[in-house]
Design a protein around this ligand. Structure first.
Ligand code: GRF
Length: 199
Protein backbone atom coordinates (compact mmCIF):
# COMPACT_ATOMS: atom_id res chain seq x y z
CA UNK A 1 0.00 0.00 0.00
CA UNK A 2 1.41 3.40 -0.98
CA UNK A 3 2.18 5.77 1.86
CA UNK A 4 1.15 9.30 1.05
CA UNK A 5 1.10 12.80 2.52
CA UNK A 6 -1.35 15.46 1.38
CA UNK A 7 -0.28 19.12 1.40
CA UNK A 8 -3.08 21.70 1.51
CA UNK A 9 -3.55 25.36 2.37
CA UNK A 10 -7.29 25.91 2.26
CA UNK A 11 -10.68 24.24 2.36
CA UNK A 12 -9.38 20.77 1.72
CA UNK A 13 -12.28 19.47 -0.35
CA UNK A 14 -9.81 17.47 -2.47
CA UNK A 15 -8.20 16.16 0.70
CA UNK A 16 -11.68 15.06 1.77
CA UNK A 17 -12.25 13.32 -1.57
CA UNK A 18 -8.97 11.44 -1.09
CA UNK A 19 -9.85 10.47 2.49
CA UNK A 20 -13.30 9.30 1.37
CA UNK A 21 -11.85 7.27 -1.52
CA UNK A 22 -9.44 5.56 0.88
CA UNK A 23 -12.28 4.77 3.31
CA UNK A 24 -14.39 3.40 0.46
CA UNK A 25 -11.55 1.12 -0.64
CA UNK A 26 -11.27 2.86 -4.03
CA UNK A 27 -7.83 4.27 -3.32
CA UNK A 28 -5.27 1.85 -1.99
CA UNK A 29 -3.12 4.20 0.02
CA UNK A 30 -2.26 4.99 3.57
CA UNK A 31 -2.60 8.69 4.36
CA UNK A 32 0.24 9.19 6.82
CA UNK A 33 0.16 12.95 7.23
CA UNK A 34 -1.63 16.14 6.23
CA UNK A 35 0.72 19.11 5.99
CA UNK A 36 -0.57 22.67 5.97
CA UNK A 37 1.34 25.93 5.76
CA UNK A 38 -1.78 27.67 7.11
CA UNK A 39 -2.29 26.56 10.70
CA UNK A 40 -5.91 27.82 10.76
CA UNK A 41 -6.97 26.22 7.48
CA UNK A 42 -10.09 24.06 7.37
CA UNK A 43 -8.17 21.21 5.69
CA UNK A 44 -6.55 20.55 9.09
CA UNK A 45 -9.97 20.28 10.75
CA UNK A 46 -10.96 17.69 8.15
CA UNK A 47 -7.76 15.71 8.78
CA UNK A 48 -8.19 15.75 12.56
CA UNK A 49 -11.83 14.68 12.19
CA UNK A 50 -10.66 11.79 10.01
CA UNK A 51 -8.04 10.75 12.56
CA UNK A 52 -5.12 11.64 10.27
CA UNK A 53 -1.90 13.02 11.83
CA UNK A 54 -1.27 16.66 10.91
CA UNK A 55 1.68 18.97 10.60
CA UNK A 56 0.66 22.64 10.80
CA UNK A 57 3.77 24.55 9.88
CA UNK A 58 4.04 28.26 9.21
CA UNK A 59 6.97 29.12 6.91
CA UNK A 60 7.26 32.50 8.64
CA UNK A 61 8.52 30.69 11.73
CA UNK A 62 11.64 29.54 9.85
CA UNK A 63 14.65 31.50 8.60
CA UNK A 64 14.40 30.17 5.02
CA UNK A 65 12.31 28.02 2.71
CA UNK A 66 15.02 25.36 2.79
CA UNK A 67 14.83 25.11 6.58
CA UNK A 68 11.01 25.05 6.48
CA UNK A 69 10.99 22.29 3.87
CA UNK A 70 13.74 20.45 5.74
CA UNK A 71 11.49 20.12 8.79
CA UNK A 72 8.72 18.71 6.60
CA UNK A 73 11.13 16.35 4.82
CA UNK A 74 12.37 14.89 8.06
CA UNK A 75 8.81 14.09 9.12
CA UNK A 76 7.99 12.53 5.73
CA UNK A 77 11.09 10.34 5.82
CA UNK A 78 10.33 9.27 9.41
CA UNK A 79 6.90 8.13 8.28
CA UNK A 80 8.19 6.42 5.13
CA UNK A 81 6.03 8.60 2.87
CA UNK A 82 6.39 7.69 -0.82
CA UNK A 83 4.24 10.30 -2.54
CA UNK A 84 3.42 13.94 -1.84
CA UNK A 85 -0.04 14.88 -3.05
CA UNK A 86 -0.64 18.59 -3.42
CA UNK A 87 -4.29 19.54 -2.99
CA UNK A 88 -4.62 23.31 -2.96
CA UNK A 89 -1.13 23.85 -1.49
CA UNK A 90 -0.46 27.49 -2.32
CA UNK A 91 3.35 27.40 -2.38
CA UNK A 92 6.01 26.53 -4.89
CA UNK A 93 7.79 23.36 -3.80
CA UNK A 94 11.54 23.91 -3.49
CA UNK A 95 14.55 21.65 -4.12
CA UNK A 96 14.70 20.32 -0.56
CA UNK A 97 11.48 18.38 -1.22
CA UNK A 98 11.68 18.14 -5.02
CA UNK A 99 14.98 16.30 -5.13
CA UNK A 100 14.20 13.37 -2.82
CA UNK A 101 10.64 13.14 -4.17
CA UNK A 102 11.43 13.53 -7.88
CA UNK A 103 8.44 12.27 -9.93
CA UNK A 104 6.62 11.50 -6.70
CA UNK A 105 4.97 14.89 -6.15
CA UNK A 106 1.60 15.29 -7.85
CA UNK A 107 -0.62 18.35 -8.17
CA UNK A 108 -4.15 19.14 -9.31
CA UNK A 109 -4.92 22.41 -11.07
CA UNK A 110 -8.29 23.87 -12.07
CA UNK A 111 -7.56 24.64 -15.73
CA UNK A 112 -6.41 22.88 -18.86
CA UNK A 113 -2.68 23.45 -18.47
CA UNK A 114 -0.61 24.96 -19.97
CA UNK A 115 -3.48 27.47 -20.07
CA UNK A 116 -4.04 29.57 -16.96
CA UNK A 117 -1.32 28.37 -14.57
CA UNK A 118 -0.76 29.93 -11.14
CA UNK A 119 -3.39 31.46 -8.92
CA UNK A 120 -7.11 31.39 -9.70
CA UNK A 121 -7.17 29.21 -12.80
CA UNK A 122 -10.98 29.33 -12.73
CA UNK A 123 -11.17 33.13 -12.62
CA UNK A 124 -8.50 33.44 -15.31
CA UNK A 125 -10.47 31.20 -17.68
CA UNK A 126 -13.67 33.19 -17.11
CA UNK A 127 -11.89 36.52 -17.57
CA UNK A 128 -10.33 35.28 -20.82
CA UNK A 129 -13.76 34.35 -22.16
CA UNK A 130 -12.69 30.89 -23.34
CA UNK A 131 -15.37 28.35 -24.25
CA UNK A 132 -13.81 25.44 -22.42
CA UNK A 133 -11.65 24.81 -19.41
CA UNK A 134 -11.10 21.86 -17.10
CA UNK A 135 -8.86 20.10 -14.65
CA UNK A 136 -5.24 18.95 -14.96
CA UNK A 137 -3.32 16.48 -12.82
CA UNK A 138 0.44 16.69 -13.27
CA UNK A 139 3.81 15.85 -11.79
CA UNK A 140 5.44 18.76 -10.02
CA UNK A 141 8.70 20.28 -11.22
CA UNK A 142 10.38 23.52 -10.25
CA UNK A 143 8.05 25.73 -12.31
CA UNK A 144 4.55 26.99 -11.59
CA UNK A 145 2.16 24.28 -12.82
CA UNK A 146 4.63 23.26 -15.56
CA UNK A 147 5.41 19.59 -14.79
CA UNK A 148 4.51 16.65 -17.06
CA UNK A 149 0.75 16.23 -17.47
CA UNK A 150 -0.75 12.95 -16.26
CA UNK A 151 -4.46 13.48 -16.92
CA UNK A 152 -6.88 16.17 -18.04
CA UNK A 153 -10.63 16.48 -18.23
CA UNK A 154 -12.37 19.29 -20.09
CA UNK A 155 -15.73 20.96 -19.68
CA UNK A 156 -17.58 23.53 -21.72
CA UNK A 157 -18.29 26.87 -20.11
CA UNK A 158 -22.01 27.59 -20.39
CA UNK A 159 -23.32 30.90 -21.77
CA UNK A 160 -24.82 31.82 -18.40
CA UNK A 161 -21.99 30.28 -16.36
CA UNK A 162 -21.14 32.12 -13.14
CA UNK A 163 -18.01 31.89 -11.08
CA UNK A 164 -19.96 29.86 -8.51
CA UNK A 165 -21.45 27.40 -11.00
CA UNK A 166 -18.10 26.87 -12.70
CA UNK A 167 -16.40 26.30 -9.36
CA UNK A 168 -18.97 23.66 -8.43
CA UNK A 169 -18.53 21.87 -11.78
CA UNK A 170 -14.71 21.98 -11.63
CA UNK A 171 -14.66 20.69 -8.06
CA UNK A 172 -16.99 17.83 -8.95
CA UNK A 173 -14.53 16.74 -11.65
CA UNK A 174 -11.56 17.14 -9.30
CA UNK A 175 -13.10 15.09 -6.51
CA UNK A 176 -13.77 12.15 -8.85
CA UNK A 177 -10.67 12.42 -11.05
CA UNK A 178 -7.95 12.92 -8.43
CA UNK A 179 -8.53 9.66 -6.50
CA UNK A 180 -8.98 7.73 -9.78
CA UNK A 181 -5.73 8.99 -11.27
CA UNK A 182 -3.81 8.57 -8.01
CA UNK A 183 -4.96 4.97 -7.83
CA UNK A 184 -3.58 4.34 -11.34
CA UNK A 185 -0.26 5.97 -10.42
CA UNK A 186 0.10 3.94 -7.22
CA UNK A 187 -0.77 0.64 -8.90
CA UNK A 188 1.70 1.36 -11.71
CA UNK A 189 4.36 2.43 -9.17
CA UNK A 190 4.03 -0.80 -7.21
CA UNK A 191 4.31 -2.89 -10.40
CA UNK A 192 7.45 -1.04 -11.47
CA UNK A 193 9.02 -1.29 -8.00
CA UNK A 194 8.18 -4.99 -8.00
CA UNK A 195 10.27 -5.42 -11.15
CA UNK A 196 13.28 -3.65 -9.66
CA UNK A 197 12.93 -5.27 -6.27
CA UNK A 198 12.38 -1.95 -4.47
CA UNK A 199 9.55 -2.09 -1.95
C1 GRF B 1 -8.59 23.14 -6.22
O1 GRF B 1 -9.40 23.77 -7.16
C2 GRF B 1 -7.29 22.69 -6.82
O2 GRF B 1 -7.40 22.38 -8.18
C3 GRF B 1 -6.41 23.90 -6.65
O3 GRF B 1 -6.80 24.45 -5.42
C4 GRF B 1 -8.14 24.11 -5.14
C5 GRF B 1 -8.16 23.50 -3.77
O4 GRF B 1 -9.45 23.30 -3.28
N1 GRF B 1 -5.02 23.55 -6.73
P1 GRF B 1 -9.66 22.45 -1.94
O5 GRF B 1 -8.83 23.11 -0.85
O6 GRF B 1 -9.23 21.06 -2.21
O7 GRF B 1 -11.13 22.56 -1.63
Amino acid sequence: MSKIAVFASGQGSNLQAIMDAISAGKLTASLELVVSDKPAAFCLTRAIKGGIPTLAINPRDYPSKDVYEGVILEKLLDLGVEYIILAGYMRIVGPVLLRPFANRIINIHPSLLPAFPGKDGIGQALAAGVKETGVTIHYVDDGIDTGPIIAQERLFIGVDETRESLEVRIHAIEHRLYPEVLQEIFVRGKKENGKTGIT
